[in-house]
Write a protein that binds this ligand. Sequence first.
Ligand SMILES: [Zn+2]
Length: 310
Amino acid sequence: MMFPLVSNKRIKDSLTKLIEQRRLPHAIIIEGDLGTGKRTLARFIAKASVCDEDVRPCSSCRNCHLADIGSHPDIEVVTTEEKKASITKDQIEKLRSIAYHSAHTAKRRVFIIEQANTMNPASQNKLLKVLEEPPSDVVFILITPSAEALLETVVSRCLVLSLFPPTLEEATEYLVQNKNIDKETAAKLLAEEKNNIGKAILRLEEKKESIGRAIAHDFFDAIERSSPLSAMLITVQLEGNRGETLKFTEELSEILINKVKKAEHLSETAREYVGMYDALCELTPTLNTNINLSLFFSALTAKLSAVKNK
Ligand SMILES: [Zn+2]
């Protein structure tokens, strides 16, 4: 069975046993910081609960497939409704009313309550009644940053799984293997996100989505090839987009800093990158004025090319 969690070996081992021996408790709390994998783990337990093969989750039966695409009729996810800050009493009332119905296609039903910490005491007491007399073959999974946010009476009826962030080494290894980035980039990203792998992945995705950041790499490659005309043409895509132009300058400055670090100390190459970095720093503040963006890019291209060809 492939666990989707990085690190947290003790939890993985004990859950594997519980699933194998069909002894999953009917109520589980998953607690941990943002990005430690709470939702991923909840979905994994849900999938293992609805799968009916010998090795669960088998990841190939119909139940697993439906769980994977998030549309299994026996896996209900309760989350805060749009524009509401907390799970409401009505939502718990509804959950109670369907919890006692039998499952549709699986042998078990699963209720995942996200942001369980946002339930007020009245809602929690409503939920408690179901936990005290649990319907047979139902699994409740409560997700919360900390179990302390829940009533003692609720916590006492649940198995509490506390997720911890992986070590720097484990997290780096995971990002290199799964996100197609080099070790150095992974380590830097993790350091910025205090080793929180979920946050690091979010940042990575946000970076990929930013056109300004993507263009910074193409622009830099063109300057390196001593091709100012291509560099200028590349920046046309950012015309009129001041926000992405700022991200462009952030990324370009990161690229240059990395280049300086990698170059031999005091070498010609290092001096060249420092010169480019200085030119970028000198020009960037003009973006806070009303400068026309194509003027900014042509000035930047000219300055960087001049340093390159000195
Ligand atoms: Zn299956």
